[in-house]
Design a protein around this ligand. Structure first.
Ligand code: FEO
Length: 169
């Protein structure tokens, strides 16, 4: 495998674990506020990010490439209100999309078709992640300022259940 492509894939393991850590922090914030539904939603988001990390890990191993696990940074988002979290979530997903696109571009440069095919799933997934983050902001803007609306939104988010990724390596 091309060195640059391998390095970017290896870095992505770390970025995805950081994403899990970030969403766990968001879940922790909402749990402390008594908004269990929001806490549940971000807890499941954290589980999905851990799955993403493991997919990159597994892909490199399947390709017989070395994996180096790097230090995971402390979640660094400045949070003063609920909306800050939702907006930070969207901003973060856009950042992750740019990372996936950058790996794809490198793979394309060196005709690494297998890596491109592996990344196809993530390109679609990032579209869904950005849509979900956007929807959260819209719902919060519509209902979050009214206590009863916030209660119902919290109940809706409590219903989210974890499902394993559709990509199997
Ligand atoms: Fe793993 Fe939310 O992207």
């Amino acid at each position: 495998m091309n060195t640059k492509v391998r390095e970017l894939l290896n870095d992505q393991i770390n970025k995805e674990f950081y994403s899990a850590y970030l969403y766990l922090d968001f879940s922790n914030y909402f749990k402390a506020k008594g908004l269990d539904g929001f806490a549940n939603w971000y807890m499941i988001q954290a589980q999905e990010e851990r799955d993403h990390a493991m997919l990159f890990y597994q892909y490199l191993q399947n390709e017989s490439e070395p994996v180096e696990l790097l230090a995971i940074e402390k979640p660094d988002k400045k949070i003063e209100c609920d909306m800050d979290i939702l907006k930070a979530g969207l901003e973060h997903e856009k950042y992750v999309t740019s990372l996936i696109n950058a790996i794809y571009a490198e793979a394309q440069k060196v005709n690494d078709f297998r890596t491109m095919q592996f990344l196809d799933w993530f390109i679609k997934e990032q579209g869904e992640e950005e849509t979900n983050a956007n929807d959260m902001i819209t719902k919060m803007q519509l209902f979050g300022t009214d206590p009863r609306g916030l209660y119902l939104l919290n109940q809706e988010l409590a219903a989210r259940v974890y499902s394993a990724p559709s990509l199997v390596l």
